[in-house]
Design a protein. Structure first.
Lengths: 196, 196, 196, 196
DNA sequence: AAGTAATCGAGACGGTACGTCAAGTCTTCCT
DNA sequence: AGGAAGACTTGACGTACCGTCTCGATTACTT
């Protein structure tokens, strides 16, 4: 069985996709987003910068935002895994600090903000973003609380999702809506208030 | 009779701006945003729908988002003035409920989400949105807490802005980022947690 | 009636077509055809050379060959009106000589050969070419013979169209098919043979 | 069945060209020219229709028109060898009739017209067409007249090439330029006029 | 019998031009 | 002077083919 499917998979794909072109596109996208912003990000610009044909981009990515999704996944993502120190407060303070830095200062955060912005205009982007990124990130955000719950540090009836909303909501609000900075004092205070 | 012809006379109005054209543009913008989304919102489309020349739009609005800002201000906004019942909890519960409904179900909320999305791509839009809308809204959001503080219902060292971030942050987070619904239970619970 | 149609004609055409752009396109087309041949004649190239936007070309001409038809009509055409000396042989010798030079050496002849070539590939071009040019040219080709017939120089049962085919057919054959030169001896001899 | 697989064995033929692929390309070219016209004739289309790789086409034919030249030579051509009845008038009438039918109604004639059209745009095609086809055809066209000259049926000073131009010129003119039909009466009359 | 070499199908690649859409500027005519 | 109409330049869109290339498979000629 494996033999057959193995051969069939090769039947129409003799030399496969150029990883070189893929990387060039993703890097060019990152660079142009940083240099010119989302409005100045065009397929033609990416192609020119990457030294790649437009058709190669259209062959592998259905839209500009899908390139960003790819660049986002490739670039960053797992920066946002919370630590496991055994101390809930400590874990949350570090995790929220990382989240705040990711959202407000990192390159990957710039890509995320662009995607979140585009999600307001295009339901498909919203769905992709939620399916591919936010779901997993919610799992990671829950981890310290879940572990504390398992350790008996939190009352058994604790609604972890509600706590996560309370913790990450204000940070996203500042990063995406008001544009205010998100300093350590802010994130630490959030942890303090939420844990009583 | 003078009234009617008086309004009609404004159509070919010279020397001062045609209010008729202004309204037609704003309504056409609202309609097209609802029908086709932000991506399908073009100056040409608005002009055609409004029965107005493109030049008329460019004469009075510097950009597409400024039209949206205008439509937004015209349309709604003041839905979000909190009540003053004398009971802080009651005021906040009602206010947050209104905010949630505004963000997730109202037409004006759709415009706001589009503007917030565009603000991720264009710093100028971000600035305009914060200056013209968010600053005033923050004032309104602070009102119940400020009044409670003045009444001595809250400790004098209370950081009202921090409380506001904790209250409205998670609501914006759901509305703009995760796309989850924001039911009454959620907003009520936020109030309960924030007031101890 | 004239008043109404006159006003209606202006209703949707307040500043009308730019004659400057039209001329620039036609000249650029001529130049590029001469420099690069039909294969190297692109809409983008014409636009660039003419200093005109592609959209302006698409607004006024449905296809590349229509530009050529325009350039052709503008450029030349009436070079091919036969003289009227009162002597049939003389008139025909001069006319065929002009025709041969038009087809083999003139710029307009280059355009005509390109159009005739394209007519082999595209029935619509063939129809346009025949309707707009060849019909009128046939009339001009018939003139000397018709006048001779009217003067009684030719038998009344003469089939003028057949004589025209015999006179211009071999010239087109050489110009378009074999590519041989068409010297004066050849055209004079054709006249001699056809007139007995 | 073995016969079939025997032919199929050529499919993966190494060391010599696959006749199967060659035929498939030529037939696909004919079909597509008939179905879609010259404008719709693409290498990709031919390859797809023939079930052949593009590379196989580029390996064996330098250009699209060379495929047409091949298809042309393969298909027809020798339809245009004049008869030798011993009667010049009879030979010419039959030959011109065949020529007229070839040009206006046969499949090979369609290919020829396409090539003649392309020859107007591309000097290389013109050269190839004249070298490979028109030269030989001129020889065939001369045959009846040369034989009549040898038989003493024509004056010794007869310019055979000029007679050929007078005979075939008008037919090509109608077929390629005016698009008029070329009936038997027309070709017979040409013979009558040229032989005095 | 195993290797070598030519050719096949498939299809990805960098390009060029296509024809379309919308942007923002402009000019003209009308009121 | 404002407004409707719409032509203008510009630039990006997404598509179609171009001609080149590499891949893995197939089979005829070596040796």
């Amino acid at each position: 069985m494996e033999g057959d499917t193995g051969r069939a998979a090769h039947r129409g794909n003799r030399h496969r996709r150029s990883e070189e072109a893929r990387q060039a596109v993703l890097h060019a996208t990152d660079d142009l987003l940083a240099e010119r912003g989302f409005a100045g990000l065009t397929i033609e610009g990416i192609a020119a910068r990457a030294g790649v044909a437009k058709q190669t981009i259209y062959r592998w990515w259905p839209s500009k935002t899908e390139i960003l999704m790819d660049a986002f996944t490739d670039d960053a993502v797992q920066h946002l895994t919370p630590p496991d120190s055994g101390d809930l407060g400590e874990d949350l303070r570090i995790h929220l600090r990382n989240l705040a830095e990711f959202l407000t200062t990192s390159d990957a955060g710039t890509v995320f903000r662009a995607l979140a912005g585009q999600a307001q205009h295009d339901p498909e982007v919203a769905t992709r973003l939620r399916t591919d990124h936010l779901g997993k990130q919610r799992e990671r955000d829950r981890l310290p609380l879940q572990r504390a719950l398992d350790r008996g540090e939190l009352p058994p009836e604790t609604d972890i999702d509600f706590l996560v909303d309370q913790l990450v909501g204000p940070i996203h609000y500042r990063a995406l809506v008001t544009g205010e900075p998100v300093p350590k004092e802010f994130t630490d205070r959030l942890v303090a208030h939420v844990l009583r």
